[in-house]
Design a binder for this molecule. Structure first.
Ligand SMILES: NC(=O)c1ccc[n+]([C@@H]2O[C@H](COP(=O)([O-])OP(=O)(O)OC[C@H]3O[C@@H](n4cnc5c(N)ncnc54)[C@H](O)[C@@H]3O)[C@@H](O)[C@H]2O)c1
Length: 322
């Protein structure tokens, strides 16, 4: 199989590229290195089944050439990270809507290539009383358009609508994967991702900074589990036209996460709290709890995460120590 991985120099994309190569497949990566890095794919370069292009998915001429040559597109490229989205709202919306439109349009035109669309748990939006677990057909509850974070949720929702419309109207085979918090080596802490930020500061004995009271919970899934699930779904005919949550359903509070990271790194870092508004923007809204309901993906491919949180954190600590 010839796989095109957009955003393949990013965190999830580079692990996906690596796993596909391990399985004996060909991989072509396109990435503009906006949040990705050549370091993430340096070890893949000697492989003759691997090639990469530093360019944007908005370049239709290049994308036409790459999509034409592949059998399947894993569309991972996106403007990502709460902080990045808030700092670059216009570029983020354009990449996340227009970029996906280009991928789908070309995949349809150039031989109905299968497309895997990376979506997000941000789709579900805000808290609602008593609700922690989210399943694929749950309602979406969003905040005002004046709050940039909801633009990311809407752009990704538009990607899902577009993909489903291409499937229903043109029979373009698409699979939508909604990632919940995915973590592991190579994830950058620069754009608001909590785990790499905590680990880095713990290792440097700098303050570990929690936004808000720390009682909010999240569930973290190791990237190797996520990548395995994505590839299995991509190979399963019955998954076409469907949406899947991918994540680890076991939650932990952010305060407990900070304490765990501190312990595992033998750090002297103090754990401090700052208000969300200081970390992000005025009026910033966060959700208290968000866990994936993984019933559907279990039914389709028997997925459940293999890596526990301690093991996951240790792999990230090892990466940062290096
Ligand atoms: N990591 C998570 O927890 C998480 C959660 C939900 C959804 N996702 C989705 O998974 C996908 C991968 O995210 P990630 O965590 O690996 O982030 P990442 O930032 O490491 O990866 C995104 C990659 O896309 C590239 N990119 C951005 N704009 C581009 C453009 N115009 N042209 C070409 N490349 C471009 C970036 O340089 C980067 O390498 C994204 O679509 C993201 O929305 C991730």
């Amino acid at each position: 199989m010839r796989n095109l991985v957009t955003g393949g120099a990013g965190f999830i994309g580079s692990h996906l590229a690596e796993e596909l190569l391990k399985r004996g497949e060909e991989v072509v990566v396109i990435d503009n290195l906006s949040t990705g890095s050549m370091d993430n794919i340096a070890h893949l370069k000697p492989n003759p089944r691997f090639s990469f292009h530093i360019d944007t998915i908005m370049n239709e001429t290049v994308m036409r050439r790459l999509v034409k040559k592949c059998d399947i597109v894993y569309h991972m490229a996106a403007a990502v990270g709460v902080k990045y989205i808030i700092d670059n709202p216009l570029e983020s919306l354009e990449t996340n809507v227009k970029g996906t439109e280009i991928v789908l349009q070309l995949a349809n035109e150039l031989g109905k290539k299968k497309v895997i669309i990376a979506s997000t748990s941000e789709i579900y939006g805000k808290d609602r009383p008593g609700k922690r677990k989210f399943k694929e057909d749950d309602d979406r509850v969003l905040g005002s358009t004046t709050i940039s974070r909801w633009g990311y949720s809407c752009a990704k929702a538009m990607d899902e609508f577009l993909a489903l419309a291409y499937w229903r109207e043109k029979k373009l085979p698409v699979v939508i994967v909604r990632f919940f918090n995915t973590v592991g080596p190579r994830q950058s802490g620069m754009y608001g991702m909590v785990v790499p930020r905590f680990v880095k500061h713990a290792l440097l004995n700098q303050p570990i900074t929690i936004y808000g009271d720390g009682k909010q919970t999240r569930s973290f899934c190791h990237v190797s589990d996520v990548v395995r699930a994505v590839i299995e779904l991509a190979k399963k005919d019955a998954a076409v036209g469907e949406i899947f949550n991918i994540g680890n359903p076991k939650p932990i509070s952010i305060r407990k996460l900070a304490e765990k990271v501190k312990k595992l790194t033998n750090s002297r870092s103090p754990i401090i709290h700052i208000p969300y508004e200081k970390a992000y923007e005025k009026g910033f809204e966060d959700m208290r709890h968000r866990e994936p309901d993984i019933t559907k993906i279990k039914e389709f491919i028997g997925f459940s995460p293999k890596m526990g949180l301690d093991e996951t954190l240790k792999s990230i600590i090892k990466y940062f120590e290096r």
